[in-house]
Design a protein around this ligand. Structure first.
Ligand code: LLP
Length: 429
């Protein structure tokens, strides 16, 4: 499911009218549906029922404390990439013992903090990092639990900026070098406990085949590591894609699941059906690190149209959100559906560019797209903005970060206040 639909001509999130929220709290405004987040987490967890597993939500996708708290209460673990994300998880009531720490460049401070908090595993991306982790743990008189990230050299067939499992990417250790690395580590690094193996081939994958290819390729390796080094877990990463196009009608998990098999290359149930049989005999705990799947379709960015500018070549709708609020279109040519908050009375469409106020030509949300009419003063929603939306927002052009709201049924709660201008300059001299 997802929690967004028109009721009596107005776009609602669950039982809350989005126009009312926009008028009350101002725009740009992020709004999330708690029911959608829980539904997606629960479905994925259930799809893996056949194996011993844990869903470790990738905090980077949306790290608001209330979102983390919601997932923590449902029993989620967390995949973090910085000391800051660990701090957030702890503040939100998450358990560090269910945290994995990813990333190619962990600092000494971050390692010390994570060791002291007792995280489940450091997911290490190079031999240099593993040796450094051993050194820091030794200095503290501690043992660091670790897994190395294997780069399986599988093509995820996604945007080049979010593909990570090929040899030319900076991530992980070559598939062919892993066994020897575990050998050396077990002999030479007394402060490391080799606890698992990790992989992640990319993000926004819309086909099951790269997942199958990677799992089948790495299975013999993981079994060898289990036999020789007693590893107990295998994290198969995140990366399950979501529907961005026509997301109001079709972005719901139910809709996708109901389509004929050939038209739904990747759904939660398909993911489980294909992977569980391949994973269940291994005798390992399987970790998943989904981010986008859990929160992507649960959020929208509301913005107000300020002006319509008719140029000689194009018509621009200038809105009050910019690429600093949602950078995905500028950075990855990411597609977000754009819908008015008041249901359009006719099916008539007009070709427009929706652009923000930032001084960059890349500051657009769509180009030459046919959209229903909306006018200055009207609100629109940028759909599927729950993942890598607010989390990637910045103060570029000295614009305050937008507010965030979490809707649960008929209740809307401000889970992050809009920044003030004083907040924007806080800390500067
Ligand atoms: N695990 C690791 C090691 C990762 O690097 C990532 C994402 C995930 C899990 C979660 O992937 P997901 O399930 O969300 O696809 N900002 C980009 C996406 C960057 C993904 C980075 N790594 C975007 O907006 O499309």
């Amino acid at each position: 499911m997802h929690g967004f639909s028109y009721k009596n001509g107005s776009l609602f999130c669950e039982d809350v009218d989005l126009s009312t929220l926009a008028a009350e709290h101002g725009t740009p405004l992020y709004v999330y549906s708690a029911g959608t987040i829980i539904d997606h987490y629960t479905r994925l967890d259930a799809a893996l029922d056949g194996v011993d597993h844990e869903v470790a939500y990738a905090v980077k996708a949306n790290s608001n404390l209330s979102v983390l708290r919601l997932l923590a209460t449902k029993g989620a673990g967390f995949d973090i990439v910085s000391g800051g994300e660990l701090f957030r998880v702890i503040k939100a009531g998450g358990d560090p013992a269910h945290c994995t720490f990813a990333g190619v460049g962990k600092t000494r401070d971050e390692i010390v903090y994570a060791l002291e908090q007792g995280i489940y595993s450091f997911n290490v991306e190079s031999e240099e990092e593993l040796r450094y982790l051993d050194k820091v743990a030794g200095e503290l008189g501690m043992i660091a639990p670790a897994a190395v990230r294997v780069n399986p050299n599988v093509d995820a067939k996604t945007h080049k900026y979010i593909s990570t499992g090929k040899s030319e990417n900076k991530f992980g250790v070559d598939f062919t070098a892993i066994e020897e690395l575990y050998e050396r580590a077990s002999k030479e690094l007394p402060n490391i406990r080799l606890r698992g193996l990790q992989m992640h081939i990319g993000s926004q994958l819309t086909s099951i085949s790269p997942f199958i290819e990677a799992v089948e390729k790495v299975t013999p390796l993981v079994l060898t590591l289990k036999e020789k080094h007693g590893i107990e877990f295998w994290s198969i990463g995140g990366g399950i894609g979501i529907i961005y196009k026509e997301s109001l009608e079709s972005g719901a998990v139910d809709w996708w699941e109901s389509q004929p098999l050939e038209e739904r290359p990747l759904t939660i149930s398909r993911y489980g059906e294909e992977l569980v049989p391949r994973l269940k005999g291994l005798g390992l705990k399987i970790l998943l690190e989904p981010g986008r799947l859990i929160v992507g379709n649960s959020g929208v960015l509301l913005t107000k149209c300020l002006f319509e500018k008719r140029g000689s070549a194009k018509t621009f709708k200038i809105v009050d959100a910019g690429m600093n609020d949602l950078i995905r279109p500028a950075l990855y040519e990411g597609h977000h559906e754009i819908v008015p908050l008041s249901e359009p009375p006719t099916g008539e469409r007009f070709k427009v560019d929706v652009v923000g106020p930032i001084c960059e030509s890349g500051d657009f949300f769509c180009q030459d797209r046919l959209l229903p009419d909306f006018q200055p003063g009207d609100y629109i929603a940028l759909m599927s903005a729950g993942a890598y939306g607010f989390a990637m927002a910045s103060n570029y052009n000295s614009r305050p970060l937008p507010a965030e709201i979490l809707v649960e049924g008929g209740t809307a709660t401000v889970i992050r206040k809009r920044q003030t201008l004083d907040d924007v300059i806080a800390g500067e001299l």
